[in-house]
Design a protein around this ligand. Structure first.
Ligand SMILES: Cc1cc2nc3c(=O)[nH]c(=O)nc-3n(C[C@H](O)[C@H](O)[C@H](O)COP(=O)(O)OP(=O)(O)OC[C@H]3O[C@@H](n4cnc5c(N)ncnc54)[C@H](O)[C@@H]3O)c2cc1C
Length: 486
């Protein structure tokens, strides 16, 4: 862990903002300062902010669709002067329940700040703070290069990065946070700074795992990996197993050594209307060298222990890089209520997974597929090879070498009256996972957490140093909406 002296001692390169008189309303302060392309949406009644889940949705008095760095600075500064809370949004996918925004507060929406620019060599990319995974992936593919991103197109690239950013290709290249060269950040004061390993290195360390507590990233320089078109893709697809194979498959995944090109996921889902028959689906991934027989054979060999269990269906195939996320589009659907409880595990216990499968099928039957049929259980396992080499304290994300498996139970429904049932089921699944996780603590990936976890569950033993940095960079706790440190 870096010492506080070493991290706080670095000089700030601050660009000042122009002050407005104290006591002005947010709107009257902001309007004259906004760029032409920016838009301020206000309402006497509450404005509902569109997000991935409507569970615990929040209302707000103002949404600012920012367009420039100065718009973001002015939004923060005017919110401070008006004494209202603010919150940055890019993809809108965060499902945590830690919000406390109210009807006078402000959402700073960065979606229009989504520019993506590669350098000539295609080894670096400047990513706007509001760009999505889809936009970044498409741009990379068009430029014959790759960027490490989260696995679903709808996710905000910087939103995921603030927590760590798990990616299928992380075995070779690390988390998204391991691919950040620098951030350009608007601080709680409205000042704008750069953060990198050499400039404000303490902020750079803290923002890679606890970013939501420290600032708004208006842009970031990320690494990119030039890849010829013929090789720009991966081997991926779905394997369907009959439910009697659950124990064997879970055991095989538990025992699988993930080399750096590999990742594997499995799901309890269902076949949809009218029967909502449960489905056990496994999704292996291999960062293969091209659409060749040899590359496919290499990928299949890596997952031989899974194929040996004789899947009933197999759609695995080489897929262009810009289409690799296509299989998760249904997960990106916005709206509806989605109560999501995440956990981490150091091992997969076949007996626990059998019990969870039984509970999943009961949940569907008892509440009706038409009501809760989109609910699912998911498990993700990535090669931690690269991430471990970086070292546990190389960034604020505390669990890079601990969480071998990340799991989420998602109760997905529309009828508010099911809230209690949904919470009861999904939290019970989390309890079952925790009971057999083989981990010393309930270490949880911040971006998969529900919101009721302790600070130690989220930030591990980085809590004290993060709180010290917080008191320096955000002494009035303005960034207080997403797993706040104080
Ligand atoms: C469908 C789906 C798929 C997912 N897949 C993955 C995955 O493959 N890998 C993975 O690691 N996670 C994944 N996640 C979790 C995801 O990383 C988090 O939900 C993340 O918080 C979403 O970021 P967002 O920008 O989309 O959401 P938002 O709700 O807009 O933001 C989430 C958080 O990030 C902050 N934030 C957003 N933009 C910025 C910015 N520019 N500067 C500073 N703070 C910002 C927000 O203030 C908030 O605290 C997935 C989630 C969903 C719903």
């Amino acid at each position: 862990m870096p010492s506080l002296v070493s991290v706080v001692g670095l000089a700030l390169a601050i660009v000042p903002v122009i002050a407005s008189p104290a006591g002005t309303s947010f709107e009257s302060c902001l309007r004259p300062k906004l760029s032409k392309a920016a838009k301020l949406i206000t309402a006497q009644s509450d404005v509902i902010v569109p997000r991935w889940t409507e569970y615990k949705e929040f209302s707000t008095g103002h949404i600012v669709n920012v367009s420039t760095e100065a718009d973001v600075q002015a939004s923060v500064q005017c919110a401070n002067q008006a004494g209202v809370q603010f919150f940055a949004q890019s993809g809108g996918n965060a499902w945590a329940t830690t919000w406390s925004l109210g009807e006078n507060d402000v959402v700073i929406n960065l979606r229009h700040m989504n520019s993506i620019e590669f350098n000539m060599e295609r080894t670096l990319v400047k990513v706007g703070g509001g760009a999505t995974v889809a936009e970044l992936t498409d741009a990379a593919y068009a430029n014959n290069t790759q960027v490490v991103t989260a696995n679903c197109n709808c996710v905000g690239a910087m939103g995921a990065t603030m927590g760590a950013g798990y990616s299928r290709m992380m075995g070779e290249r690390g988390f998204m946070i391991d691919n950040i060269v620098s951030f350009r950040v608007v601080l709680a004061s409205g000042e704008i700074v750069d953060a990198s390993s050499t400039t404000n290195a303490d902020l750079w360390w803290a923002m890679r795992g606890a970013g939501g507590n420290f600032g708004i990233v208006v842009s970031s320089i990320m690494k990119a990996y030039p890849t010829p078109a013929a090789q720009n893709g991966a081997w991926v697809g779905n394997l369907i197993f009959s439910e009697d194979k659950i124990e064997n498959v879970v055991s095989a995944v538990n025992n699988l050594t993930l080399t750096s090109k590999m990742a594997i996921f499995f799901y309890f889902a269902n076949g949809g209307a009218p029967d909502y028959t449960p489905v056990f689906m496994v999704t292996p991934f291999y960062l293969s060298g091209g659409n060749t027989t040899a590359a496919t054979a290499e990928a299949r060999k890596a997952f031989a222990s899974i194929f040996d269990l004789a899947p009933e269906a197999d759609t695995t195939t080489w897929t262009p890089y810009n289409e690799v996320n296509a299989g998760s589009e249904s997960f990106c659907v916005t709206g509806n209520r989605k109560v999501s409880y995440g956990a981490a595990q150091g091992q997969l216990d076949p007996t626990t997974w059998r019990a969870i499968y039984t509970d999943y099928t009961n949940f569907l039957t008892e509440n009706g597929g038409d009501n809760v049929g989109s609910s699912l259980i998911l498990m993700e396992a990535y090669s931690l090879q690269f991430a471990e080499q970086k070292g546990d304290y190389s960034s604020a994300y505390a669990w890079r070498s601990t969480n071998r498996f990340n799991t989420v139970a998602i109760a997905w429904y529309t009828d508010e009256s099911l809230d209690e049932t949904a919470n009861s089921w999904a939290s019970q699944v989390r309890d079952d996972w925790r009971a057999t996780s083989g981990l010393k603590s309930n270490s949880t990936y911040i971006n998969f957490a529900f919101g009721d976890e302790s600070l130690e569950d989220i930030y591990g033993d980085n809590v004290p140093i993060l709180q010290s940095l917080k008191s320096y960079y955000d002494p009035q706790n303005k960034f207080n909406q997403f797993f706040p440190l104080v």
